[in-house]
Design a protein around this ligand. Sequence first.
Ligand code: SAM
Length: 254
Amino acid sequence: MQDIALFETPGFGRVLTLDGVIQVTTGDEFIYHEMLAHVPIYAHGAVRSACVVGGGDGGMLREILKHPSVEQAVLVEIDGAVVDFCREHLPSVSAGAFDDKRTEIVIADGITFMAETARKFDLIVIDSTDPIGPGGVLFTESFYKDCARCLAPGGIVVNQNGVPFLQGEEVTDTWRRRKPHFADVGFYLAAVPTYVGGFMALGWASNTTDARAASVETIRARFQAAPVTTRYYTPDVHKAAFALPPYVQAFITD
Ligand code: SAM
């Protein structure tokens, strides 16, 4: 259903595109996947059930499954061809995550899955394409309302929310569409070289304010108690990521 292409590049390693848009590179995917997985998991403190919407390259699954507390990880991917292609041509990204006994792969539209499931998740990661094409529905208020319904107490939703310098309206849209459905809505940042224009914004929503407010001492203690191997994430980077420059903060408006 999507045009899948793979490029070998000198600076970013292998690069996957879908319908001509860069999705993941073996050179810098660790930044994006570490920040979307470990920030909510260490902020929450006891994630057992996770749902990844999109994420067909397997990188989100890989990072989430590094945590022994995680008992199940459901991948809801609309295009099975992406999973098959990445399993064969980008094996370092999934690194066996598709075959982990805790993994369940559901080939479906994320908006349909979230509207129909009765399951509850401690963590929902929306690792989708941009709000164009099949990914568009994953940036709607109705989808966010269903995500809120599918969160367990203390649960957290995170998502890729574009590059504010070039796509600031995506921050404003997410803020306005989530505010009616979550106790806590915010954003944090990661410097992902692939996504030109400066920081990438990562969306945050939770049915509690406690998770985002967890102190750096608490995050450090959790990290020391259950460490994972990282190249970008640290407890200090975690807390600093929520410090938004005024030009980004300005997009958070009712
Ligand atoms: N890191 C990338 C980014 O920041 O844009 C995302 C990479 S991941 C490959 C994006 C995945 O979202 C793709 O595999 C695509 O098929 C999937 N996707 C797009 N729309 C979807 C939908 N409505 N439901 C489920 N998966 C969807």
